[in-house]
Ligand binder design. Structure first.
Ligand code: FE2
Length: 292
């Protein structure tokens, strides 16, 4: 099959999968790692929302206000939030090291994505119709991510029968489509999207989802009645397979990525106030809090 090499690359990355699809592996998260990832992620969200950790549920319902969030729901590392990001990063390093996942990777995404999607955001066409909206079926390669991409996705909290995630297997992947596109809705991509086969997989809080860059995926709003969104962690790595020699600025050499959160810290000196001012050019979002 066209994806045989990609499937072998996943075999080399994930040694003991709980569930196997050609372009996706599910891996059980040991309880201690689950606990540290969850606590660190919720702590980061609450620092970003300037609320007490007992009320982070408000954030997932779209009631809290995240001072450092992009319109698409990514929490950005800023002067006020970098210490909490580094705690999440350390929990992630501990987990992927135990998993042995990074042994075949040359670079890791720094910072990686802590992502909140509320039902309100999922229903907002200004968000879900953006050129690279996660609500459209895509591979991150079409958004400009490297061709040697490996993606790790971890559900942390939320109602996944509401705002869920789905993975798909393309029936073919012509070489000229393995590149950046301005819009996931580009007509050139329509056949690959229309023919992709959905993987029959549920979202389970005890699992991590490791997919090859050739897998397609999307965020899906499954229910109109839910009021609870979701909190997830996404980390991208670059496989050491010689497929892509280009430099990508949001990736760090794997050693540096592994040192972050312990001997090194990822720091951003931009204040959230400057960040909010920059966001005036961005599409209006109900999650943006006015300047005080
Ligand atoms: Fe994506």
């Amino acid at each position: 099959m066209w994806y045989d090499q990609a499937a072998r690359e996943l075999d080399a990355v994930v040694k003991y999968p709980a569930m196997v699809f050609p372009l996706l592996r599910l891996v059980e998260i040991p309880p201690l790692h689950r606990k540290s990832l969850r606590e660190a992620a919720i702590n980061y969200v609450c620092r970003s929302a300037e609320i007490d950790t007992s009320t982070y549920g408000e954030v997932l319902r779209g009631e809290g206000v995240l001072i450092n969030m992009t319109p698409g729901g990514l929490l950005t590392v800023k002067r006020e939030t970098w210490p909490e990001y580094n705690i999440v990063h350390r929990a992630m390093v501990d987990f992927v090291t135990d998993l042995g996942l990074v042994k075949t990777c040359k670079e890791g995404q720094l910072p990686f994505c802590v992502h909140v999607i509320t039902p309100k955001m999922a229903r907002n066409p200004e968000i879900n119709q953006r050129p690279h909206s996660t609500h459209k079926m895509h591979t991150d390669i079409w958004a400009g991510q490297p061709r040697d991409l490996l993606h790790l996705w971890i559900p942390i909290r939320g109602a996944f029968n509401g705002v869920s995630c789905e993975w798909y297997e393309p029936q073919e992947f012509p070489f000229d489509l393995i590149r950046r596109f301005e819009n996931y809705s580009d007509p050139l991509l329509a056949p690959i999207v229309a023919n992709a086969k959905k993987y029959d997989v549920d979202i389970d809080f005890d699992m991590a989802y490791v997919s090859h860059g050739f897998a397609l995926h999307r965020t899906v709003l499954k229910s109109d009645i839910t009021d609870l969104g979701r909190l997830t962690l996404d980390v991208r790595f670059r496989l050491n397979n010689g497929q892509d020699t280009s430099a990508h600025k949001e990736y760090a050499p794997i050693k540096e990525w592994l040192d972050t959160g312990t001997s090194k810290a990822y720091v951003d000196d931009t204040s959230v106030n400057n960040f909010r001012n920059m966001r005036k050019e961005w599409p209006k979002s109900s999650m943006i809090r006015p300047l005080k």
